[in-house]
Design a protein around this ligand. Sequence first.
Ligand code: GCB
Length: 603
Amino acid sequence: TTTGGALYPQATETRDLINLDGIWNFRKSPSDPEVGYRGGWYEQDLVKTGPVIPMPVPSSYNDVGEDITLRDHVGVVWYDRRFYVPYSWGATGQRIWLRFSSVHYAAEVFVNGKSVLFHEIGHLPFEAEITDVVKYNTSNLLTVVVDNTLLSDTIPQGSIKDIYVGPKKIRQEQSYTFDFFNYAGIHRSVYLYSTPETYIDDVIVNTDIQGLTGFVVYNVTYRGSNAEKVQCLVEVFDKNDTQVAGYNDCAGLLEIGNAKFWFPYLMHPEHGYLYTFKVSLIGSLGEILDTYSQKIGIRTITWSNTTIFINEKPLYMKGFGMHEDSDLRGKGWDPVLWVKNFNLIKWLGANAFRTSHYPYAEEIYQLADEYGIMIINECPGVDIDIFTNNLLAKHKQSITELIRRDKNHPSVIMWSIANEPRSGNKLADKYFGELVKHVKSMDLSRPVTIAISVNALLDKSGRHLDVIMFNRYNGWYSNSGSTVQIAHNVIEEATNWYRLHSKPVIMSEYGADTIAGLHLYPEFIWSEEYQCALLSEHFKAFDHLRQVGFFAGEFIWNFADFKTAQSITRVGGNKKGIFTRNRQPKAAAHHIRARYHAIAASD
Ligand code: GCB
């Protein structure tokens, strides 16, 4: 299920697309996950197997009801709906594909009672060709079984414990060491789409710059019974739809004179400049078999032992860690939320964010490409704890699927292969050595990093990386309520990392939980005043470090408040946002905004 190119689905002259989002039927499985399988829930409408409730797709299922056992459910749930396939798709011999943009955590998919897909690891797309399974003369039954269970060999890891009342086991509880809520369900859009019999499977694009000239190195792969006789036509169009390059080959190098390069937001008046890269497969009679278009940006990322460069200019990143998280929807893809997020990012004058702690929806990367916002793209390896070979294989798989999906986005400028692993463990050395090798076997064009929390002297992952990121909560988890040591500690720690590894250093997390509307002066923890004071002390350190010269970026934790598991350190969730969960600014947002715009003006 993870072969092929994972191209974002689109309708073109030769392809059609039907979105299957909407309200599906939903049924929670009893705690024995086999009950539904034994009862044949996959081969009949769910409603015939017992009570169902309406469930929006895409969305997390946890927060749409009033049922605590739904919110805290551990294990399997079932979804189903019916769909039609247009006659015309069959009449023209189209291949038919079913694509899930993401389901958390594991999913098995049935069409008309037949198992067509199994996928593990949330946050990443998977698809299958279902040409031979669909019917044209009647509706088709689509059933999805979703399991949210996290164990020691899932990415990320978790554990399950049995809860007893006296001698009687009454339920299971999921626990995990990361703090964001383990939302589950069909989190992103579901598509039915068609391609011709001979079709474009993947397009890989890399870019280079020499003087004013942009270069595009590309490779098109295709499949189908006509594959031996096809040719490729590749065309590049600028924003005015004027063709600026073209070539008749499935792999090659295109040259664009006087090119407009892709620059980050505020680094150039035309930041986020995108070209359209169109591929056509041409048959032996000159007929068009298939077409596929995508936006590309011409830019280079390079790095030295002190500096990251974009288009040969030194880069300083200003941003934050984020989450896919909102009220009611949980981790469900929501275009309203994300257009708002991007408007706030621009309002702040930020130029980057990290997809902490998993790959985000594909549409988010498309928006980032357009807006010129840089992404540190993180795989779902958060809080890796027990380093086994099984886990390594799965961790590699998550990276394979991530790079396969996101390789062409100009906004993606770095791969983060983990967040806060227990990298002091001696097994971490080999583990991360192998993971970095794996990334490099797929993509040499972007630096590899990890957001590290272990002390620099104990950490065993840093030597494998191109860029060092560290997370530290001075004035919050340590010296809570006191800001006096912050600037000193941050400078010292960043300098230690640089001395040890001679690599660019980024502070990837720092911050303070803050209840919006709580005012305490002189500053006192949890108040808006304290969050601002804590940020100010970090700014002093960052300004100093930038002068010294190896410091490449500052990332506040977090963009917005988000939901967590229940804990005595979390008041209705993690409140380190500079925005509330409803995206209203705390005082800190105004504070950051002044800083980020001032840095942009002086760059
Ligand atoms: C961290 C984690 C992040 C948490 C944050 C916190 O180090 O990387 O996922 O949310 O701390 O607020 O505790």
